[in-house]
Design a binder for this molecule. Structure first.
Ligand code: SF4
Length: 289
């Protein structure tokens, strides 16, 4: 049977925020320190398993109260002020891997909330409910910012008051544009709306690039965690330009029936939370066919 050629997208894989968090965990583990990561270090189960085998423990916010040793690692998504308060009260050692882009966004959201509170205004965050980064952002506003995930959530906004809008760093530019257009159209004449496009360009720039990659290949295999909003978003972007796009979490998800048409050029890609070693394993699985 004619062959398959497999190429891994050189632009896919960890963003610098995730690289830094994983390096911080690895360096503490290498010094034989006990590392407790608050939440999954990255939205990729395979990478979490790898680090847990090296000794890292993933803990919840409730667990934070009961820990008395080791180092607590804050991951790239950032944390709300309440988590920093617990660290201080319990005198935990902290390794803070909050991505500098997220940290800056947290500060901007806090400042906007302080300004808008004086101004009888409101802060809106476009993001995914329950996402760690969003919890960290809402925490900057004492939980008062309005979270908009979909159009139906716009009903919570008072369009007679000034509004300042931010986006979670991993949302799509198109989605943010749609939401801000709707808010601007619904706001009463003369009432101020300030829009901050805070989508991380490490993510946004990948959409155009990954679509170019998807167009150049007959079959696309996107490798990512089921909880990774970035991997899901990039997968959709691939599907828009290449209908033969498939999503897998690892090599075991690869299905022979996807590769019936030969010869074929197969492209393997991933999100900002997909480790390079996992894309390689998936590529090797395809090469076996
Ligand atoms: S996607 Fe951007 S903001 Fe988020 S962790 Fe990566 S570099 Fe930081």
């Amino acid at each position: 049977m004619a062959s398959l050629t497999v190429e891994i997208d050189p632009g896919s894989g960890f963003c610098f925020g995730v690289v830094k968090a994983v390096e911080m965990a690895e360096s503490a583990l290498a010094k034989k320190q006990t590392v407790y990561c608050l939440g999954e270090i990255v939205h990729n189960g395979e990478e979490v398993d790898r680090l847990e085998k090296l000794g890292m423990k993933t803990i919840s916010h409730q667990d934070l109260e009961d820990i008395n040793d080791g180092i607590i690692l804050f991951r790239a998504h950032g944390e709300p002020p309440t988590s920093y308060n617990i660290i201080k009260e319990k005198e935990h050692k902290l390794a803070d891997a909050t991505c500098p882009v997220v940290l800056k966004l947290q500060q901007r959201v806090k400042q906007a909330w302080l300004n808008q509170t004086k101004n009888n205004g409101q802060v809106v965050i476009y993001g995914k409910k329950g996402h760690a980064e969003v919890i960290g952002l809402l925490g900057q506003t004492n939980g008062e910012a309005i979270l908009v995930e979909k159009e139906a959530d716009l009903a919570q906004i008072d369009f007679s008051r000034p509004t300042e809008i931010f986006s979670q760093t991993t949302k799509s530019v198109k989605g943010f544009q749609n939401i801000t257009d709707k808010i601007q159209a619904a706001t009463k004449n003369g009432v101020e709306v300030i829009v901050h496009d805070t989508i991380c360009r490490q993510v946004a720039n990948r959409v155009t690039r990954i679509q170019e990659f998807a167009r150049k290949h007959d079959i696309i295999i996107m490798v990512g965690g089921l909880k990774s909003s970035n991997a899901q978003m990039l997968f959709q972007a691939c599907q828009e330009v290449n209908r033969n796009s498939h999503f897998v979490t690892g090599p075991e998800g690869v299905q022979a029936e996807w590769f019936q048409k030969r010869p074929a050029k197969v492209g393997v890609c991933g999100g900002t939370s997909t480790p390079a070693w996992l894309m390689k394993q998936v590529a090797q699985e395809i090469e076996k066919m």
